[in-house]
Design a protein around this ligand. Sequence first.
Ligand SMILES: [Zn+2]
Length: 277
Amino acid sequence: MFIGAHVSTRGGYLGAAKTALSIGANAFQYFPMNPRSLSTKLVNQRDTNACAQFCQEHGILSIGHAPYPLNPAADEVEREHMIKLLRNGLEITDACGSVGLVVHFGKYIGKDPLQGYKNIIQCLNSAAQGYEGSSLILLENQAGEGAQLGLTMEEMVQVRKLSETPDKIGFCMDTCHAFASGLWQGHNWLELETKGTQLDYFPHLKAVHLNDSVHPYGSRRDRHANIGAGYIGRENIQQMLSSSFLKQIPIVLETGSGSDGTHAQEIALVKSLITST
Ligand SMILES: [Zn+2]
């Protein structure tokens, strides 16, 4: 399986891949561009190519995480900008050889939620227009904190289906968000898997954000806990990790780092949960 953590790009994209390898990971997540800004970034091809090559040589899978202000549900006045940013991120993750670019489903503050969904679909359509890379847009489910969209598998599946380029769209499941939003109760993974397979969600699951939850089920609060240290708990996570849908995709921790400043220990813990099933 492909287990890892979010790592820094201080040493470039290649540096991020090397960091992942050094902490015992064979998967990682990185920010392709400044996570707090809405500005686009010029691609340093030497770095992206070196990253892609390094990952291929070492059997590492990666995903990029889009900047936080990127909101596909934003209204028309902001759309051009969102499209540019999304496309830019997608081109960088593609050049780095990454599975995809994780994008939060989006926040819509207007009165009509249907408009929010329409905005998302239009944004995805435009960003994917003419894009021929293999890195996918990965829609991430939300916890429900300040956003009522994107809490369910049904919404993810519908947005993908209604877009013009479903083959460019996949899903990233954040386990903390899924638990907080009410999507996953923790103890009912098999039930979730059956439902998600019927819906056509799991066949397009391309990445997992593996986080425990500081707050209880259905709290709609987005606070990640270390594995086994939150309300989801080790056993439920262990059951989830035995899923056949998780065998070939990057599973990435977005939790606090350990006492050595890295995720080495937590990655080892996750691996131990896998081997003991
Ligand atoms: Zn996440």
